[in-house]
Design a binder for this molecule. Sequence first.
Ligand code: FRU
Length: 549
Amino acid sequence: MISKIFKIQTSVLLIILSLFSIAISSCEDKATSQTDPQSESNMVEKTKTYQDANRPQFHFSPPANWMNDPNGMVYYEGEYHLFYQYYPDSTVWGPMHWGHAVSPDMVNWEHLPIALYPDKLGYIFSGSAVVDWKNTSGFGKDGQPPLIAMFTHHEPEGEKTDAKDFQYQSIAYSNDKGRTWTKYEGNPVIPNTNNIRDFRDPKVMWDETHNQWLMVLAAKDRLQFWGSADLKNWEHLSDWGNQYGNRKGVWECPEIFPMQIEGTEETKWVVLLSINPGSFNGGSGTQYFVGDFDGKNFTIDSKFGKDIQNGKGVWIDYGRDNYAGVSWSDVPKEDGRRLFMGWMSNWDYAQIVPTKKWRSAMTLPRSLSLHNTEKGYRLQSQPVKELEQLRTKKFALKAQKLSDKMVLTDKFKINAAQSELVLEIDLKTTTAQAFGIELMNDKGETYKVGYDVKTHRFFSDRRGAGDLSFSEKFAKEIHYSTTHTLKDKLKIHLFIDAASAEMFGDNGAIIMTDIFFPTEDFNKMAIYATDGTVTLLKGEVHNLNTIWN
Ligand code: FRU
């Protein structure tokens, strides 16, 4: 974190540092006294309407104040748990807690009291949670399996010195469906003996194939795999990856999981890896690798392709605002989906975006699948089907050739700022150089997202989308995806929620997630084509409901 804070302009830095020291003292109070649950629920009550400017209406955001990475994502007894990096006393990063919410469907969220507070071992950094079905840890009670959370303890005083051992891994358990947590008295379960300052973000899974708890964490510019029989005693299995993919930044929030290749019986292992900086369009982003895992070592499959050899990396999202995402643990086998969610921001500017009571939201939940493509093994992401419950009104677009701009909001009662679009384009008869969807407001602010036919790249352009003053890094240029050549048809699936766009291009083969801050809501929406026509085969637009009533 220190390195992130250094990158912020000096004046902002001073404000942050003073908030930071207030924060540390207030956090120490909390570590012993805990927050009064009454005042916490008051806070939720006060912000329940979620009416602040640019506040997402169907994305998860905290009741108030600062949030970063999703943590501890686990499904248990009908509830998707979402814990998150939370600083409840300010809108900038500070002493980290685990905030908590639950949902029956990953769409509607109920806020719960803070799950984990900083303590004498340090702040509670990112980590994961699992259901210990066989009670291997012995923390179960009354025949019920415990939930086990594994996280990094970050000792802030050590960070200020030359010490290299101020991040280490700890566990906590819950016997009441995640409502209350007890930290293990033997913490830390993995001390830092690496001589590496960055040693964090454990993601645990039950590795059925090798009959072990498997954990991966990030250690500066490599991953470390660890194995355990009881979640308390851990053995270092291997190190991986200091020569692959994009290596421009610090590695954070990794994950490993097996996945069947679509349409085959073959299983490969996928490694997700967030890195900051170094992302495709700058700042923080999440790359991935596909290969094999033999119970100790991960090796990349040659069919993953060449992109990782030149430092370019293959990214789960080509927009700028999807970071530190991982998947839910213990999703029932009958469901079978690999469900993912990320933090919808970027460390380049996350702490200074123009929001007042709250800072940042999560991405929409997505379902991942693995495909054997011309480029090699590639992940695709789809918005989860549970999101369809948000649709309130549908407008069908007929097949037509479009040139210039068709303003959809002139024809239909579309709520541009809270909408979903599905468009199918015939590329064989499309002559335009580029086409896309444009959002506008009465102040002349615009946001554009679409496909550049000439260069075979998706793009997201927020250069005119409202307030850009807070950071030079926010909208320097158009964000382009990697080249993605399409032959016949293109399907674009887009979600707009006040201050964010998530574009799933070509069935989720390329995604672009970007946030923006119009100074007035976007109230107009158009489909446009430049230098030619675009052939729309069919399309639909949905107005979407809020989840915060
Ligand atoms: C990623 C990260 C993690 C760390 C957490 C601290 O965004 O830097 O590596 O655990 O945030 O809040």
